[in-house]
Design a protein around this ligand. Structure first.
Ligand code: AHR
Length: 329
């Protein structure tokens, strides 16, 4: 069933050595020295955020030839059609495993069925898919986005209670699990607090440039009284802060409270400086967990269907420069 890529380098070296010593080697001798690589096709969303770059690096660091893998890595440039084409290419290449970071939840049934028909296990990483048959994917490793959002809402409750809170909400890529989870929990909390209002919901697509653009567009129409900007990732927070400051708002104590998800290095530095009020962690270092799933399958065992990484949140008082420097992303 498995399709191994054969690395004949060691065998070739031995043949040469034996040749020098006037000996001959047969196929059996060469077989003993063959090294088999597990071929993993990774279909990444893109490089839209600092989180995504750290996630790709974590995957690339684990799936190396030294560790016994051949990595085929496709960057889908934030387009689902590119992800679907990449999966079809991996099927043609007869990879051993497909690792998919799905850009959005819907639209996967057919291509995952094709992978299943080809006998290739699909491991979902980061986000989820919404498919009629859950057996179309073997396992999922990622974040609990609703639990992350609950940390943000808990902080808002502690900070504002039932006081009036005017919120600008910057959504991530619409239809992605990260956007759906972070949005649903905020909307439920707003519905449960009479004083909390979402002034506007803007689509930031998880990028700094888009968040800056939509935020400027909103602020150019007036000067609303904003208490909180709820950004569904760090890069949106950077774009929002840039726009807010351009329009004369202060971010931080006595000004707008910016909430951000991911808590990558620059975000934590901005939090330590007081410009970001709350940084909710989303851990991108998933490479080793994905490898554990593959090794479990290689051993003939069944991995957990879902593995969630533990995550926390940070305010200014939780941080030091040393902690940020050592964090790794
Ligand atoms: O799905 C994880 C989200 O996607 C991260 O919060 C964001 O930065 C990324 O682009």
């Amino acid at each position: 069933m498995k399709r191994k890529l054969i690395l004949p380098v060691l065998g070739l070296m031995l043949l040469l050595l034996w040749g020098c010593a006037g000996q001959t080697a047969d196929a059996g001798d060469t077989e003993d020295t063959e090294e088999a690589l597990i071929v993993v096709g990774v279909c990444q969303v893109g490089a839209e955020s600092d989180w995504r770059v750290a996630n790709s690096e974590s995957i690339k660091a684990v799936f190396t030839e030294e560790n016994g893998y051949q990595l085929l890595f496709e960057d889908a440039k934030q387009k689902q059609e590119n992800q679907i084409s990449a999966i079809r290419k991996f099927i043609q290449q007869k990879v051993d495993y497909i690792v998919l970071m799905p850009i959005s939840e819907t639209g996967w049934d057919s291509v995952l069925q094709e992978a299943r028909d080809a006998g290739i296990p699909v491991i979902l990483v980061d986000r989820m898919v919404d498919v009629a048959d859950e057996s179309l994917y073997t396992a999922h490793v990622g974040s609990d986005f609703e639990a992350e959002a609950a940390l943000a809402v808990d902080w808002m409750e502690e900070t504002y209670g039932d006081d009036p809170v005017n919120i600008v909400h910057l959504l991530g890529t619409v239809g992605s699990t990260a956007q759906i989870g972070r949005t649903e929990v905020l909307e439920a909390a707003v519905a449960a607090h009479d004083g909390w209002t979402i002034l506007t919901q803007l689509e930031g697509d998880f990028t700094q440039a888009k968040a800056y653009e939509v935020m400027c567009g909103y602020l150019s129409k007036g000067s609303p009284d904003i208490h909180v900007v709820y950004c569904e990732n760090d890069n949106e927070a950077y774009g929002a802060i840039e726009a807010l400051e351009e329009y004369g708002y202060t971010c931080g104590e006595g000004g707008v409270a910016v909430i951000s998800f991911d808590a990558t290095g620059t975000c934590l530095t901005l939090c330590l400086e007081g410009k970001i009020a709350l940084a909710v962690e989303c851990n991108p270092l998933l490479g080793e967990l994905v490898e554990e799933v593959i090794q479990t399958l290689e051993a003939g065992d069944t991995p957990a269907k879902h593995t969630y990484v533990g995550e926390t949140c940070f305010t200014r008082g939780d941080l030091t420069e040393g902690f940020i420097a050592e964090r790794g992303y």
